[in-house]
Design a binder for this molecule. Structure first.
Ligand code: PLP
Length: 371
């Protein structure tokens, strides 16, 4: 038994619900239908009901969910899509998979997410081709100010797509993330707040026509089997992952409440510490996918925590526009200074529902000793 505290621990979440998960997997194996059967259909209905939206469509990953959300919204070759550079590279990869052109906007320096007020100004001054859509990334589980973004989008005639890969269960303006835009993408990568035991994702929308297009796109453009009405692809959520997700969805609110309690303990314990704590906008419900502190000598702090057997991660060490695959070829709506500043200073502390209060105390003590 090691003393090491990991930054995230998907195995602990499996073990917490192992009885139910093992039974669900065994039943699915016996049912003998492994792709787009009863489990996927039931999960889609249950996940849509959880969010309070009409349609959920299971797909192969969060990246594919973003990709087909864009394509279903009619975004393709040459269309500009505004998003942030302080995100998982998947957000930007999906834009280019759809044939569209990313256009970066800076983040709010306090909340690490799209700065809607600055976006409005930047779009008004923008002289290049008018972008067609915006992807709002609810990074770390802190929702983008969606009521404000919907106004900005209406003013500039933008389709809104939400990247909810880190915000399962987060609420803004009285509604869950994923219910604001024309469509939203979720990832069920094992470490996400709602995580499968493999890859998985979903697109959600309230628009029935859009939902039908997404269903067609995920399976070769079929409305009727073996007849492609539109060119599509193959990106399906499989039955085993859907069965696991149905179990985990039942525990999502309780698991998110555990994340909340861990965040509160960090806030109380680190109130006087040298690290900067993440502020939370009033009136929102944070999903705490990550608890991200800021510190000038981030890398040195990381090393000292590692020596104290505490795992941390940096989300993300390089903004997308400075990574080799993208550097120098993606336009931006003005300077990305808050984005670049964040990449230098952010540090994600251990955060997962099964993290024990004693372990949280150890992290707090170790940070006090190290700063
Ligand atoms: C994880 C993640 C994705 C991609 O999801 P995958 O299921 O890994 O393809 C997209 N956007 C964000 C913000 C993510 O954190």
């Amino acid at each position: 038994m090691t003393n090491f505290i990991p930054q995230t621990d998907p195995r602990a979440n499996y073990l917490a619900h192992a009885g139910e998960i093992d039974a669900a997997i065994a039943a699915t194996l016996q049912a003998g239908h492994y792709i787009l059967g009863q489990q996927t259909k039931a999960f889609e209905e249950e996940f849509a009901a959880y969010l309070g939206i009409k349609h959920a469509i299971g797909v192969g990953s969060g990246t594919e969910a973003l990709h087909i959300a864009l394509r279903a919204c009619g975004i393709g070759a040459g269309d500009g899509v505004v998003t942030v550079s302080h995100t998982a590279v998947a957000t930007v990869a999906a834009i280019e998979l759809a044939g569209a052109i990313p256009l970066f906007a800076d983040i709010d320096p306090d909340y690490f997410i799209l700065d809607c007020e600055r976006l409005d100004g930047a779009l008004s001054r923008h002289t290049g081709p008018k972008p067609k859509a915006v992807i709002a990334v609810h990074l770390y589980g802190h929702p983008v100010d969606m009521p404000a973004l919907m106004e900005v989008a209406a003013r500039h005639d933008l389709i809104v797509i939400e990247d909810c890969a880190q915000s399962h269960g987060a609420v803004v303006g009285g509604r869950k993330t994923g219910t604001w835009g024309q469509a939203a993408a979720f990832s069920f990568y094992p470490t996400k707040n709602l995580g499968a035991l493999g890859d998985g994702g979903a697109v959600v929308t309230r628009d029935p026509a859009l939902a039908e297009r997404i269903r067609m796109l995920r399976e070769y453009g079929w409305r009727e089997r073996y007849i492609s009405d539109i060119p599509g692809m193959n990106t399906r959520l499989d039955e085993l992952q859907a069965a696991v997700l149905r179990v985990k969805l039942r525990h999502l609110d309780a698991d998110n409440a555990r994340r909340q309690r861990i965040a509160s303990a960090y806030r109380a314990g680190l109130a006087g510490a040298a690290v900067q704590l993440p502020p939370v906008r009033t009136g929102i419900h944070h999903a705490y996918h990550q608890f991200v502190v800021r510190f000038g000598e981030r890398d040195a702090l990381r090393e000292r925590l590692r020596a104290a057997e505490i795992g941390t991660l940096v989300h993300y060490p390089a903004p997308v526009h400075l990574q080799p695959a993208y550097k120098g070829r993606i336009a931006a709506l003005g300077a990305l200074s808050a984005t670049e500043q964040a990449a230098r200073t952010v540090l994600s502390l251990p955060m997962f529902p099964e993290l024990h209060p004693d372990q949280v105390e150890r992290v707090i003590k170790a940070i006090e000793n190290a700063t």
